[in-house]
Write a protein that binds this ligand. Structure first.
Ligand SMILES: Nc1nc2c(ncn2[C@@H]2O[C@H](COP(=O)(O)OP(=O)(O)OP(=O)(O)O)[C@@H](O)[C@H]2O)c(=O)[nH]1
Ligand SMILES: [Mg+2]
Ligand SMILES: [Zn+2]
Length: 332
C-alpha cells in the first residue's frame, strides 16, 4: 500500500470515476441478462477478479467469464456465488452466498475493502530476505483472531539459512513467536521435500498466503500445485492477460483436499474497523493479563498500575509486542 496521502479533491475524483465505472458495468450486466432466455441459475466459486471481470468456476470445474450485478456488494476471490449463464462460458453473477469469513482492509477512503472470502486460515509468509517486519506480522495475527481463522507463520527460503547468519529481525521473530505458541514452520520452495510442514497445515483448509513482496508466496503456490500451469493457462485464456501476475488474488485447488489463495505482496496492512478489545485480544499472550491494569481504560503507556507493563518488566511479555499493540491502538 502506498503511503502517500490523497487530498479530498483527489478522493472525490476517484470516487466519481469509480461510480461511473460501476454504472457502466451495471448496464453491461443488465444488457447481458436481458438478452438471454431464462437459463437456470448456477452455483459458482470466484477464482479471481480483474476489475469488473470475474472468473467463476462452476460445479463441473469449468471456468466462466462473468460480470456481476453491482448491487450485490463487492465480490472477491473465494466467494461462493449464484450466476446466470448468458453465453458460452459467460454469465452474470446475481448473488453472493453468505460468507463464513472475510479478510478485508480499509481503502483510501477508509471503507472496508474485502480481499478474500471464506478462508479458514491465514499463512503469513516471511523470509530471511526481504527482512521481515514484525509490525506487519502482528497486524496479520490480530486480523486472524478478529475474523476467527487459524494462522500459521511460515518462514520460507529456509535453504538460505545455513549459508548466512540469520538476520537479527528473523532470529528475533523466531524467538518471540515460538515462545508465544504460534504454529511456526520453516519451509523452502527451492528444496525438494522442503514443503512437507506446509502441506500438513494446508490440508482441508482454505488458506491465503500473505506477506511482503518477494518472500516467495507465488513460488510456494507453484510448488504446492503441480498442475498450476494448467490452471494458470486456463486463467490466461479466459482473461487475456497472457500470464499470471500477482497483481490480483487468485484461488488454486490443492492436489490433496484444500484450497490455496495467492495474494499480491504488501508493504503494510491496515486493520479495518475493530474495537480496542478485539485488538488487545489479538495479542494472544496478553489475554491472561488484560483486565488486571489499575484503570479499566489503561492505554498501557504511562498509567500507574499497568499490568501489561509489569509483565514486560518480568519478561512474560516481549516489549516489541506491547510497543506494537500501543502503536496499533493509536491508529484504530
Ligand atoms: N532461495 C530461495 N528463493 C526463493 C524461495 N522461494 C522463492 N524464492 C525466490 O524469491 C523471489 C520472489 O518469489 P515470489 O514467489 O515471486 O514472491 P512473492 O511473495 O509471490 O512476491 P509478490 O508477488 O511480489 O508478493 C523469486 O526470485 C524466487 O525464486 C526459496 O524457498 N528459496
Ligand atoms: Mg507473488
Ligand atoms: Zn495497562
Amino acid at each position: 500500500m502506498s503511503r502517500r496521502r490523497l487530498t479530498e479533491r483527489q478522493k472525490a475524483r476517484i470516487q466519481t470515476i469509480q461510480n461511473k465505472r460501476r454504472e457502466a458495468a451495471t448496464t453491461r450486466a443488465d444488457n447481458k441478462l436481458g438478452s438471454t432466455a431464462t437459463e437456470a441459475a448456477r452455483d459458482g466459486l470466484v477464482i479471481t477478479r480483474h476489475g469488473n471481470n470475474l472468473l467463476i468456476e462452476d460445479p463441473q470445474g469449468a471456468l466462466n467469464q462473468c460480470l456481476f450485478r453491482q448491487n450485490i456488494g463487492h465480490v472477491v476471490c473465494g466467494d461462493e456465488v449464484i450466476w446466470q449463464p448468458t453465453g458460452d462460458h459467460e454469465g452474470v453473477v446475481t448473488a453472493i452466498r453468505p460468507r463464513r469469513s472475510i479478510l478485508s482492509r480499509p481503502d483510501f477512503n477508509g471503507h472496508e475493502k474485502p480481499l478474500a472470502a471464506n478462508i479458514t486460515q491465514i499463512v503469513v509468509v516471511i523470509a530471511p530476505q526481504p527482512a521481515p517486519a514484525g509490525y506487519l506480522l502482528d497486524q496479520y495475527l490480530v486480523a486472524a483472531t478478529a475474523i476467527d481463522v487459524r494462522v500459521v507463520i511460515a518462514v520460507n527460503k529456509a535453504d538460505l539459512l545455513p549459508h548466512q547468519d540469520a538476520p537479527t529481525e528473523l532470529a528475533h521473530i523466531l524467538d518471540i513467536y515460538a515462545d508465544i505458541g504460534y504454529p511456526l514452520i520453516q519451509i523452502s520452495a527451492r528444496e525438494s521435500g522442503g514443503l512437507q510442514p506446509l502441506f500438513d497445515h494446508l490440508r482441508d483448509q482454505t488458506s491465503i498466503l500473505v506477506g511482503q513482496s518477494g518472500v516467495g508466496k507465488s513460488s510456494l503456490v507453484n510448488a504446492c500445485v503441480p498442475n498450476r500451469d494448467v490452471q494458470t493457462s486456463r486463467l490466461s485464456d479466459k482473461t487475456g492477460h497472457g500470464r499470471h501476475t500477482t497483481s490480483s488474488t487468485s484461488l488454486y485447488h490443492l492436489p490433496f483436499a484444500g484450497r490455496l489463495i495467492d495474494s499480491p505482496g504488501v508493504r503494510s496492512f491496515r486493520l479495518g474497523r475493530i474495537d480496542r478489545q478485539t485488538l488487545e485480544h489479538g495479542f494472544i499472550e496478553f489475554r491472561e493479563t488484560l483486565g488486571a491494569c489499575r484503570f479499566s481504560n489503561c492505554t498501557h503507556t504511562h498509567e500507574p498500575g499497568c499490568a501489561l507493563r509489569a509483565a514486560v518488566e518480568t519478561g512474560r511479555i516481549h516489549p516489541t509486542r506491547l510497543h506494537n499493540l500501543i502503536h496499533m491502538a493509536k491508529n484504530l
